[in-house]
Design a protein around this ligand. Structure first.
Ligand code: UDP
Length: 473
């Protein structure tokens, strides 16, 4: 069998999960030449297109799981939240994963050293148990959210709490590793969802305790108190936690060289532009889009706005479809000062551009890491998933962001007024509360973490060593 070891990695559905899983996989196999990884990919046309059009590291192998007839599958819960639907989709893949793992373990070319799952696929730890393979968790959000999940599991299982009762409450929680009490208003909607969401989150939180190690896309210097709490008190008895980030996928110049957005930025002074972008799913209602536009115009600031309208799946950069919903004459009046990109913006390239001085963000974890790595302060406007929690962290705990509203929920339908948005943009661009200096400090620390001898490199080496040790035990 030689010393060759294989990891089987199951990323959650959707490209976002695959991209970071592949990036972190590269780091792992580069750390030890005897390791290779097979990814089991949940069947999805966009993922197939992405993986077919790229070359990957020779020790990363991608296998598409067979297609399931989704139309005939019943929903297990009444929940309408997309993250709950996503988890259900994963649950249905279990027999396919079992079959694929059986195939890989039967080949004998390499010994399977572990099954790696991301946070949406924790249910697959059952398959790891069946094959007596150690399971590992790739946690693609922050240590803060991990600590919150552990805390809420304890509150539920050991103190009999029903978390869904904290919806709209003014309760605050002393979550280990947080300096400030965490308000119930920033708990993820799924955690508060009586229609099955909360139960699904709790079931994942329980499965976390079964894995042999958790590697997180963060760096210790970003969340130092959380790492202290894991290593010193560790009230939840969590498995070892390794911070290996930031793991990012900055596009190469050839991927964005024709971008209108970057061309626009090239014409703008240093740190003068506020960039607005709300993740892969961030869409606004027409009234909210109008308030946002009015806010931008009233500040007179230079801006680059990646705009997506609720209910539509736009792509390309044409503004034709949105002109009619923006305030009359908006595009004309803001010409040269502002740029609207409809659909996907090359976010990482934009954040790395010297003209960008602030980022109005939905606070998805990757967006936070990208912003921090570029030293760009944020204005936090969360929409869904665990973003309210992330927003609370970057505003209150890390100090790299001002708030638009840390407890905003996309599904609420509430329209934030132009004045409130404009005031937040001003605070951001003026660098209120030292956010600009703090962002610069974090940029340096994030670079240090992934440099030779940095904290994330040390964690990565330890993680890979532990994988080897656990596989021989
Ligand atoms: N992204 C992008 N252009 C867009 C929207 C998103 O390049 O118009 C990228 C962004 O740079 C990040 C990822 O998509 O790498 C979004 O991940 P995040 O965790 O921030 O949010 P999610 O999409 O999962 O809500």
């Amino acid at each position: 069998m030689g010393g060759v070891l294989e990891l089987i990695f199951i990323p959650g559905p959707g490209i976002g999960h695959i991209v970071s899983a592949i990036e972190v996989g590269k780091l792992i196999v580069n750390e030890d030449s005897r390791l290779s990884i097979t990814y089991l990919l949940i069947n999805d046309p966009a993922v197939r297109e992405y993986t077919n059009s790229r070359q990957f590291h020779p020790r990363l192998r991608l296998l598409n799981l067979p297609e399931l007839d989704e139309a005939s599958s019943d929903s297990q819960t009444k929940s309408k939240l997309p993250e709950v639907k996503s988890k259900e989709k994963v649950d249905r893949q279990k027999p396919l994963v079992r079959e694929a793992v059986a195939g890989i373990t039967a080949t004998k070319e390499a010994r399977v050293a572990g099954l790696v799952v991301d946070m949406f696929c924790l249910t697959m730890t059952d398959v790891a148990d069946e094959f007596s393979i150690p399971a590992y968790l790739f946690f693609a959000s922050g240590a803060g959210f991990l600590s919150l999940m552990a805390y809420m599991r304890r509150l539920t299982d050991e103190h009999g709490a029903d978390i869904t009762e904290f919806r709209d409450s003014d309760e605050k929680f002393s979550v280990p590793g947080f300096v400030n009490p965490v308000p119930a208003t920033v708990l993820p909607s799924a955690m508060l969802d009586k229609d099955g969401g909360s139960a699904a989150v709790m079931s994942s939180a329980r499965q976390i305790r079964k894995v042999r190690g958790i590697f997180i896309n963060t760096f210790q210097e970003l969340e130092p108190k959380l790492f202290q709490s894991f290593s010193i008190s560790n009230e939840d008895d969590l498995p070892p936690v390794y911070a290996v980030g930031p793991v990012l996928n900055f596009p190469t110049a050839s991927e964005w060289k024709d971008s209108d957005a970057v061309e626009f930025l090239d014409q703008q002074p240093r740190k003068s532009v506020v960039f607005l972008c709300f993740g892969s799913e961030g869409r606004f209602s027409d009234p909210q889009i109008r308030q946002l536009a009015a806010a931008l115009e009233s500040t007179g600031r230079r801006f680059l706005w990646s705009l997506r309208r609720r209910g539509e799946n736009q792509s390309g950069s044409s503004t034709a479809g949105v002109e009619s919903i923006l305030p009359e004459g908006f595009l004309e009046r803001t010409k040269g000062v502002g740029k609207v990109v409809v659909g996907w913006a090359p976010q990482a390239a934009v954040l790395a551009h010297p003209a960008v001085g602030g980022f109005v963000s939905h606070c998805g974890w990757n967006s936070i890491l990208e912003s921090v790595s570029c030293g760009v302060p944020m204005a936090a406007w969360p929409l869904y998933a665990e973003q309210q929690m992330n927003a609370f962290q970057v505003v209150e705990e890390v100090g790299v962001a001002v708030e638009v509203r840390v407890d905003y929920r996309g599904e609420s339908g509430v329209v934030v007024g132009a004045e409130e948005i404009a005031a937040a943009i001003e605070r951001l661009m003026e660098g209120e509360k030292g956010v600009r200096e703090r962002a610069e400090e974090m940029r340096e620390k994030s670079a240090g973490a992934v440099a030779d001898g940095g904290s994330s490199r040390i964690f990565l080496a330890k993680f890979v060593r532990d994988i080897r040790d656990n596989s021989s035990g």
